[in-house]
Design a protein around this ligand. Structure first.
Ligand SMILES: Nc1ncnc2c1ncn2[C@@H]1O[C@H](COP(=O)(O)OP(=O)(O)OP(=O)(O)O)[C@@H](O)[C@H]1O
Length: 261
């Protein structure tokens, strides 16, 4: 028997339009920064949060609709010392529908060991290192992370304020003599847009906060950007665009020997 398709409601149409807009914006970043080439095998780091789930879905759909010929593999790093786990049933089903292999890897992070670096930094360093190592094992030439425009802005301002450096997150970074290329396809997307995408896609998100998470500086920086931007939508975009328009001749660059404290 032929199935009769129910006409879409206005809300459903709006949601589909929004999802396409997000996919297009990711496509623009992929094209502007030449993030994906035919034959790539891309490992997507999936934390269980909204951004990496969206990234995984968007890349898998891009591959499915044959925009480009590439493969996608999802990897989740599970830190055994943390008191919570991602919902593996949800992730497995999510990946099965997208026809993407999902791989889990358990690691240990010694939170008790005395160190000058905060626990959150060390944990994230271990996760990132494991992801890098796994690219080789899984024969992936690229590693995709779910950072978006607001992550890049926060990082820019945090580096300026606390490190005295103008530096953020590149959309594409060649690492280990070009053996791995790190890509951030969501770099043109706003946090707000990712939140909406996640709502429409009904992602099951991990709500639990990590006991070691050091979010104070990032949160404060986020609030600062909110205050700076107010209702003027151009401000965030301009802050982001300013990273592509660095006019060094108009910067008071201190001669190295003459360091200010
Ligand atoms: N446990 C993990 N396993 C695999 N990849 C991870 C893991 N944690 C983070 N990542 C990757 O690093 C990116 C940045 O990490 P971060 O901790 O800022 O993300 P998050 O806020 O936890 O989650 P998300 O970015 O997915 O919403 C993630 O988008 C994801 O691609």
């Amino acid at each position: 028997m032929e199935s009769v398709k129910r006409p879409k409601t206005e809300e459903e149409k709006r949601d589909i339009f929004f999802q396409r807009k997000v996919a297009k914006r990711m496509g623009k970043a992929i094209s502007d920064f030449e993030l994906i080439e035919d034959g790539d095998r891309i490992m997507v780091g999936v934390s269980g949060g909204k951004d990496s789930l969206a990234l995984l879905e968007l890349l898998a759909l891009r591959r499915k609709f044959k925009k480009q010929n590439f493969e996608v593999v999802a990897v989740h790093i599970n830190v055994l010392e943390l008191p919570y786990q991602v919902d593996r049933d949800f992730l497995d089903e999510f990946c099965r529908k997208l026809d993407v292999p999902m791989i889990y890897r358990d690691i240990n992070v010694d939170f008790e060991r005395p160190s000058k670096k905060p626990a959150c930094f060390r944990c994230s360093w271990h996760r990132r290192t494991t992801l890098f190592k796994m690219t080789d094992e899984l024969k992936c030439n690229k590693l995709a992370l779910g950072h978006h425009m607001d992550d890049a802005l926060e990082t820019l301002l945090m580096n300026m304020m606390y490190q005295g450096a103008v530096c953020s997150m590149p959309a594409k970074l060649s690492m280990f003599q070009g053996n791995i290329i790190l890509i951030r396809p969501l770099i043109y997307l706003r946090n707000e847009e990712m939140r909406e995408y996640s709502r429409i896609s009904n992602f099951v998100l991990e709500k639990e906060l990590c006991p070691h998470e050091d979010v104070t500086k990032r949160k404060e920086t986020n609030k600062l950007i909110d205050r700076l931007a107010g209702d003027d939508e151009r401000i965030r975009t301009n802050l982001f665009r300013s990273m592509s328009n660095v006019q060094t001749e108009y910067l008071p660059i201190i001669p190295k020997k003459d360091k200010l404290q």
